[in-house]
Design a protein around this ligand. Sequence first.
Ligand code: GTP
Ligand code: NA
Ligand code: MG
Length: 302
Amino acid sequence: DEGAKLLARPPVITVMGHVDHGKTSLLDALRQTSLVEKEAGGITQHLGAFVVSMPSGSSITFLDTPGHAAFSAMRARGAAVTDIVVLVVAADDGVMPQTREAMSHATSANVPVVVAINKCDKPAADPERVKLQLASEGLLLEEMGGDVQVVEVSAVKKSGLDRLEEALLLQAELMDLKAPIDGPAQAYVVEARLDRGRGPLATAIVKAGTLVCGQYVVVGSEWGRIRALRDMVGKMTDLATPAMPIEIEGLKGLPMAGDDIVVVDSEERARMLSMGRKRKSEQDRLRRISEGRTEIEESSEK
Ligand code: GTP
Ligand code: NA
Ligand code: MG
């Protein structure tokens, strides 16, 4: 809508890569350099997302490996919450099957990639070989005349992290990320879990608009009224603006990563929309079975 005021927002960045190439270690290392969490005294229980504040005042929202399934689900909805993918490749192992998978997810979702060649501290590290492999996979690396930035890092030695953050901020700057801050939120779930005392909890990122405590929401095919919003260090907040990861409490059922969040104006509408979506997903399930795509059934029955 033309009248909506657009404000600059931080980039939302997802770390992807092959198993054990150091995605979590790299995020942990970045997290430890985070001013925000140092100020808040630190311990985050939310592994799904966190915000790093740079001394320059800019901030970056990182999503912890939500898994390829979640990334695909968001992509399928045409709503990739991710602005940039950090492709982590271990300098000793090089390009592996899930490296390629991550690359193709990013490419088909039209999300730019920044490569972090990790484990450069290892004696067997060979970053030059990794670069050649990536190039032969079709990635147009900056140092070969393309526009994909590559940074050599070590999560263990915490080296190269400042250069990685610079590369990400540069990429984000090129993208000129903006979002409307007014109006009902459009948001997406990045992870969900059931807490014994607090019930279903969804970690979400607002894409546009503002999410406000007390609002009725439909999340995927579940619904609820937001009872509490917490930031990623557990601090209560009344509202969430674009690119801000928050935890939502008050849902009646457990949503899935990739689910969209829609704000509605009454409990009645929330129940109705949720019921309609549940009916539709049941119909889709039955159609898949009748088409003989039983693998979905098999895996969900385990
Ligand atoms: P999955 O989530 O299981 O796919 O793994 P991951 O990509 O998150 O890797 P993770 O951070 O769990 O690291 C895997 C192993 O590599 C751990 O034993 C880490 O200690 C080690 N590792 C991670 N980064 C580095 C690094 O920079 N140097 C060295 N030497 N080891 C590293
Ligand atoms: Na691992
Ligand atoms: Mg991990």
